[in-house]
Design a protein around this ligand. Sequence first.
Ligand code: NAP
Length: 299
Amino acid sequence: MKILITGANGLLGQHLVKRLLEKPYQVIATGKGDCRLPFEETEGFRYYPLDITLESQVHDVLEKERPDVVVHAAAITQVDTCELNAAQCEAVNVQGTSHVLVNAESFSAHFIYVSTDFVFDGEQGMYNEDDELRPVNFYGFTKMQAESLTETSEIPFTIIRTCLVYGNVLNGTRNNILTWVKESLENNKVIRVVNDQWRTPTYVEDLAKGIELVIEKKATGTFHISGNEWLSPYAMACGVADQFGFDKKRIVEVSAGTFSQPGKRPPKTGFVIDKAVRELGFQPISFEEGLKKTFRVKS
Ligand SMILES: NC(=O)c1ccc[n+]([C@@H]2O[C@H](COP(=O)([O-])OP(=O)(O)OC[C@H]3O[C@@H](n4cnc5c(N)ncnc54)[C@H](OP(=O)(O)O)[C@@H]3O)[C@@H](O)[C@H]2O)c1
């Protein structure tokens, strides 16, 4: 089976390529610009530079490779960038998705779209797959539009929504709230961390595993794939402090309203993952275990 991945240089893309290459799949990785994956080209692995805003490029690569499955992970993922550069965000997240989808349709591939908890307004928290979508920022709005496009498609499709993905890129460290907490506490700083937002953080290898399960089982429809602990950033920061024995008194709880950001954040998201557990056999690791893997701490 041949699987093509967009956004393969990104956090998820890298781990997905790695996981699929460990199985008897042919993997076609594509990304904006040069390959940043630490793999040599082989019979079973090729990389193409592919900007999804350019329809002809998308067409040429898909026509050449004719994949059985397309995992569409490419997106502008920074919420504030999307808010401040709406046209660019729309071009990548909506038009780009349309280019990938239309060409996947031409070659009758199974289309897997990676979406986000930010399609919800965050008033309720712990969302099910069929809860009402009501994004509160432009990033979430474009991801919702891309979901709608996907749903109109004639080919088998799957929408996988995920939530706060953490972990490292394959050949280095990726800065995120967890690495910031560790570095700050290591340097004896006092940090202010939000205590009134909630997420179900997702360890990146679990998300890659969930996508592989969807591919294996040819599962269609919408699935929520995330961790299963509902945590505030403050609780996550305390988890990091516990991991390294740092003094938690240096983590000060603050409300999200303390910080002003261009893109509004939904306060309470997080997912009910029962459907993925039941239908895919998906089982995430604990947040504590995910932290150990992220920081490469021996158990
Ligand atoms: N990370 C999260 O917490 C999270 C949460 C919910 C949902 N998601 C979704 O999960 C998916 C993967 O996210 P991620 O964490 O792996 O994000 P990421 O690391 O930012 O990866 C996204 C990739 O898309 C690429 N890209 C941007 N514009 C492109 C274009 N015009 N053509 C081709 N590729 C382009 C980026 O390329 P460059 O690296 O060259 O910029 C990047 O490698 C996204 O669809 C995102 O919306 C992520």
